[in-house]
Design a protein around this ligand. Structure first.
Ligand SMILES: [Zn+2]
Ligand SMILES: [Zn+2]
Length: 213
C-alpha cells in the first residue's frame, strides 16, 4: 500500500509589517526600546504572525538580530587596552549572531547602519538614527571579525579611525591625523587652514629653494 506522506502546509513568509502606520520590512535596521531610557539597534529578520503579547494577541512577534555597541563588548577578552577604547565610536555598532523573538511594540524607529567609509563621507549625520559598522562581534567566543588589530589604521600612531573624534587631514598625503599626535590641540586644528603632517612637512626653504640654516 502506498503511503501518503502529508506535506506540511507551507506557511506564508511575511516580509513587511505595518505597525502604528509605519511599514517595516525584513532586512531593515531599527532602533528598539530596551528600558525606559536605553535603546538597542537590531535588524528585523523575521515576522512571526502568531502573536505573543497577551495584551494584543493579534500583534505579531518579530525576530531580531542584535547589533551590539561598544559598551556591550568584552574589551578584556578582546585584548583591547583601556586607552585603545577611545578608537571605538559612540555610534559604532557590531552585528552579532544573537537573535531574539520580541514583541512588535518594542520598535521605536528606523535607523541606518553604514560601512565606516560610507559613513565618513556623509555630509550630515543624525546622531540618533545613524550608525556605522566595521566589524562583527561574536558574543559567545567574544571575538571581533575582523580583529581590532586588523582594522584600517590612521595617523602616525597607527590607530583605527573613530569618526566621532576630531582629525586633521594632511593637504599632501590626505591622511587623517589626531591633532594631539601632530602637537596641536583641537582648537588649533580647527583654525588651521593648510596643514602638512609631520611626515610630509619639509624643512623650511629660502627663496632659491635651499634649506634655510
Ligand atoms: Zn594619532
Ligand atoms: Zn602628510
Amino acid at each position: 500500500m502506498q503511503q501518503k506522506i502529508a506535506q506540511p502546509a507551507k506557511k506564508k513568509q511575511y516580509k513587511k509589517i505595518c505597525f502604528k502606520d509605519i511599514m517595516y520590512e525584513t532586512g531593515e535596521t531599527l532602533i528598539f526600546r530596551e528600558t525606559e531610557s536605553t535603546t538597542v539597534v537590531g535588524k528585523l529578520v523575521k515576522i512571526i504572525p502568531e502573536g505573543g503579547n497577551p495584551a494584543h494577541p493579534k500583534w505579531p512577534m518579530i525576530e531580531v538580530q542584535w547589533y551590539y555597541k561598544k559598551q556591550d563588548l568584552d574589551f578584556k577578552k578582546l585584548g583591547v587596552s583601556d586607552e585603545d577604547q577611545i578608537h571605538f565610536g559612540d555610534n559604532e555598532v557590531f552585528p552579532t549572531n544573537h537573535h531574539d523573538k520580541i514583541y512588535v511594540d518594542c520598535i521605536q524607529e528606523k535607523c541606518k547602519v553604514y560601512g565606516i567609509n560610507e559613513y565618513d563621507k556623509l555630509e550630515t549625520i543624525d546622531a540618533k538614527t545613524t550608525f556605522f559598522s566595521r566589524a562583527h562581534y561574536n558574543p559567545l567566543q567574544k571575538i571581533l571579525v575582523p580583529a581590532f588589530k586588523d582594522w584600517e589604521q590612521f595617523c602616525v600612531c597607527q590607530k583605527p579611525l573613530n569618526p566621532n573624534n576630531l582629525y586633521i587631514k594632511c593637504d599632501m598625503c590626505q591622511q587623517w591625523n589626531h591633532p594631539r599626535c601632530m602637537g596641536m590641540n583641537d582648537e588649533e586644528a580647527h583654525q588651521t587652514e593648510e596643514f602638512y603632517c609631520n611626515r610630509c612637512r619639509k624643512p623650511p626653504q629660502d627663496e632659491k629653494g635651499n634649506p634655510s640654516q
